[in-house]
Design a protein around this ligand. Structure first.
Ligand code: C2E
Ligand code: CA
Ligand code: CA
Ligand code: CA
Length: 284
């Protein structure tokens, strides 16, 4: 048995070391990614179905590294959170979004009159930093953006669960300057809903796992129904994300949801492609 144990250990050990090494490489490369301009934002349209028009977009970060190729945000955002690199990365995302909005403001573009905002993901550790609201104000001022309602922040339930007094203060500061707040991945995070009473919010994003399963699974259907009717009762709007087909769209539309995001309309695309998409008519 002792022999076996030692063998198991031997087999296990290199993979641990290998994982550590990979993580270290990723971290080292991630540290240099901003100064090397390796990040890019992609934009995924949010469509108002009653207007048949794009009303805004979610900004999603992309990392293209010479050595690693394209790295998914699912692989590097958690590492960025653990290492604290998320603050600089998050600032870069916010600054890039604000510069684009400022450009729209200046040039009266995009020429589709209904497209009026960009939504930016904010991760829990980034939001929890004491000076988050101040950093954001600084970024907005540097960009020259005037109409702050063009900026929406997507927070997760995780942003709001740990630091409730501080987070209410931060949210109030953000809302006071006009920024809009949506709750991302709604229904997958924290089960205590009392924050919905206390926090100033605008939108709930129905998580894509519920949207994905709403046709085949009656429980997911019940959850989606409950989320939409609760949002309605709270005076919040809803966005359904991850909409991939017409069955899902029709089901959600019948529940009163009007704003949709998903591959059915467009995947996240580079800025030129997004702005070109605004001039196309949406047919569903
Ligand atoms: P998320 O915020 O929930 O973003 C939605 C994800 O679903 C995106 O993946 C998007 O490309 C994908 N998606 C959109 N439509 C569909 C669809 O119809 N079907 C399916 N199956 N997927 C769809 P992505 O871009 O890989 O981002 C993954 C996650 O990484 C995001 O999830 C978000 O949590 C995080 N993330 C991305 N960009 C940023 C960022 O700038 N800052 C922070 N803090 N997190 C980010
Ligand atoms: Ca999001
Ligand atoms: Ca989401
Ligand atoms: Ca998610």
């Amino acid at each position: 048995a002792k022999e076996k144990g030692r063998n198991r250990f031997k087999l296990f050990y290199p993979s641990m070391a290998e994982r550590e090494r990979q993580r270290f490489t990723l971290e080292t490369l991630l540290k240099k990614a901003i100064e090397n301009a390796e990040f890019e934002l992609h934009y995924q349209p949010q469509v108002d179905i009653s207007l048949k028009s794009v009303i805004g977009a979610e900004c999603l970060i992309r990392w293209n590294n010479d050595q690693l190729g394209w790295v998914s945000p699912m692989d590097f955002i958690p590492l960025a959170e653990e290492t604290g690199l998320i603050h600089d990365i998050g600032d870069w995302v916010l600054a890039t979004a604000c510069e684009r909005l400022r450009h729209w403001e200046e040039t009266q573009a995009p020429f589709n009159k209904t497209c009026s905002y960009l939504a930016v993901n904010v991760s829990p550790r980034q939001f929890a930093k004491k000076d988050f609201a101040q950093r954001l104000r600084h970024i907005i001022l540097s960009s020259g953006l005037q109409d702050l309602s063009m900026l929406e922040l997507e927070l997760t339930e995780g942003c709001l669960m740990h630091h409730s007094y501080e987070s209410i203060k931060t949210l109030a500061q953000l809302r006071n300057i006009g920024v809009r707040i949506s709750i991302d991945d709604f229904g997958t995070g924290y089960s205590n809903l009392s924050y919905l009473r206390n926090f100033p919010l605008d939108t709930l994003k129905v998580d894509q796992s519920f949207v994905r399963d709403c046709i085949a699974d009656s429980k997911s259907r019940a959850i989606v129904k409950a989320i939409i009717s609760m949002a309605d009762g709270l005076g919040l709007s809803t966005i359904a994300e991850g909409v991939e087909n017409h069955e899902q769209l029709t089901f959600l539309q019948n529940l009163g949801c009007r704003v949709f995001q998903g591959y059915l309309f467009s995947k996240p695309v580079a800025i030129d492609e997004f702005e070109a998409f605004l001039n196309e008519s949406i047919s569903v």
